[in-house]
Design a protein around this ligand. Structure first.
Ligand code: PEP
Ligand code: CO
Length: 455
């Protein structure tokens, strides 16, 4: 690809651009970042690529989840551990439900930059520049803190590195060890029939684990550690460009084959607001060898979707692209069938992943941004049914969640109401499922797959 380089995106029109006052500061930050080592290796990126190929072929499932906006402050032991444990528990439930291996990808160690629908926002009645994520500006509501600061790009690297370091260290030290008892914490479930259903599922998962221990299958390395890949939206192209390196492709048979790898994370995705065919983000993404995601919503025309796939994946590599659909429960039936049909006719075989969060955001009468558990579940169930009817495979789900006991989404078995949202509403962007709601969702989705098998 002679017409591509890590900075060829700068010749294209760009959305969500950040205008820095301190041009020298930007250059200093980028020079510094260019010298720092990759955060992930090509071997790991390649392993994820192989796994996602398997998902595209219908042989595995992918669970992706984490915060909408990660803050530098989230780089602490408790929050990292809580998120890892939650993803692990959810994936065990899904392995049992879908009867397939589950690939875990966290929105972690770099999910800092946020696209915003408006450049300004009202904070306590005062208009100021929108918060664009911790790698761009500060959340504090004053003009100085809201100014884009290039030093934050370097800080983003070090917070990603520290998060990743603890993630890797704790996984290799047994945080994900299935020999240690897992707390399935179902005390909050208030409806007796749901409680009974969950207890049955937990017992089935526990039985399976006990059986593996008894027959000694759990001696394999796989039971003591788990792979968790990292991901974020590739929004800040200045940052991504500095960490994009020409490296040897570990899977290539010819030793001399090198490719450009984005090494800030294993998996990057293009957001729904930045996927213009002739735009800067698509230009950057078409040149990297990583597996990539593309968010697609109601504004995506089916023909454009195929053109986009042709641009970012001209060789039609299976599973290279994950299409992350996010229409909303009331719109999915209108848009998904045509998207699936167009992709099927094109000969591309992507991973299809359902993001049931971003099309279901609404505000309460008092103006609090929330999402209803029933809408989230409804979009997931419809996605599963629409794919099945089309002879396509729903390979995964993409969730905004946290390991903390927040009160941001309405509903779930604990019966959180709109009035209760104020109790622990701590997100800096979109509302997330709390740990109980997330686990519950995993149980329900596992149930859908089980039902499917019974059909
Ligand atoms: C997100 O995933 O946080 C996000 C902004 O999504 P989308 O691009 O789908 O709106
Ligand atoms: Co979000």
């Amino acid at each position: 690809m002679s017409d591509w380089s890590p900075n060829s995106w700068t010749t294209k029109p760009i959305k969500q651009d950040v205008v820095y006052e301190d041009a020298q500061g930007v250059q200093d930050a980028l020079r510094k970042l260019e010298k720092l080592p990759p955060l992930v290796t090509t071997q790991e990126i390649n392993n994820l690529k192989v796994s996602l190929r398997n998902v595209a072929l219908g042989n595995a499932f992918v669970l992706q989840g984490g915060d909408c906006a990660e803050l530098f402050d989230y780089c602490n032991q408790d929050m990292i551990e809580a998120k890892v444990k939650l993803l692990l528990q959810m994936s065990l439930v899904l392995i049992w439900g879908a009867n397939k291996p589950v690939i875990r990808i966290a929105r972690i160690a770099g999910q800092f930059a946020k696209p915003r629908s408006s450049p300004t926002e009202l904070v306590n009645g005062v208009e100021m520049p929108s918060f664009r994520g911790d790698n761009i500006n500060g959340f504090d509501a004053d003009a100085e803190s809201r100014k884009p600061d290039p030093a934050r790009l370097v800080s983003a690297y070090f917070h990603s590195a520290a998060t990743l370091n603890y993630l890797r260290a704790s996984l290799s030290s047994g945080l994900a060890d299935l020999h240690s008892p897992l707390d399935w914490g179902l005390g909050h479930v208030i409806t007796p029939s749901i409680k009974e259903q969950y207890s049955k599922t937990v017992n089935a998962v526990k039985d399976a684990l006990r059986f593996m221990r008894t027959v000694g299958i759990d001696k394999d390395r796989g039971m003591e550690t788990a792979d968790i890949f990292t991901s974020h939206e590739g929004l800040s192209l200045e940052y991504e460009q500095t960490l994009t390196r020409l490296l040897r492709n570990p899977s290539a048979s010819a030793q001399s084959t090198s490719n450009f790898y984005a090494t800030s994370a294993h998996f990057l995705w293009i957001g729904d607001r930045t996927r213009q065919l002739d735009g800067a983000h698509v230009e950057f993404f078409r040149g990297i060898a990583n597996p990539i995601g593309i968010k697609i919503g109601p504004s995506m025309a089916a023909e454009d979707l195929v053109r986009l796939l042709d641009v970012v994946n001209p060789t039609k590599e299976i599973g290279k692209v994950t299409l992350i659909s996010r229409y909303g429960a009331s719109k999915i039936a209108t848009f998904l069938p045509a998207h699936i049909a167009a992709v099927q006719a094109s000969g591309h075989l992507p991973v299809w992943q359902c993001d049931p969060m971003h099309g279901n955001t609404q505000a309460t009468p008092s103006g609090v941004k929330t999402r209803h558990f029933t809408d989230i579940l409804d979009e997931l169930r419809q996605a599963l049914e629409i794919h099945r009817a089309a002879g396509s495979f729903l390979g995964g789900m993409h969730l905004e969640l946290t390991g903390e006991a927040v009160t941001e989404c309405v509903g779930g078995a604990a019966g959180l109401t709109a009035d209760g949202l104020g109790e622990r509403y701590t997100t800096f962007c979109d509302p997330r499922l709390n740990e109980k709601q997330a686990l519950e969702l995993a149980f329900l989705v596992a149930g859908f797959y089980r039902e499917e098998e019974d059909i």
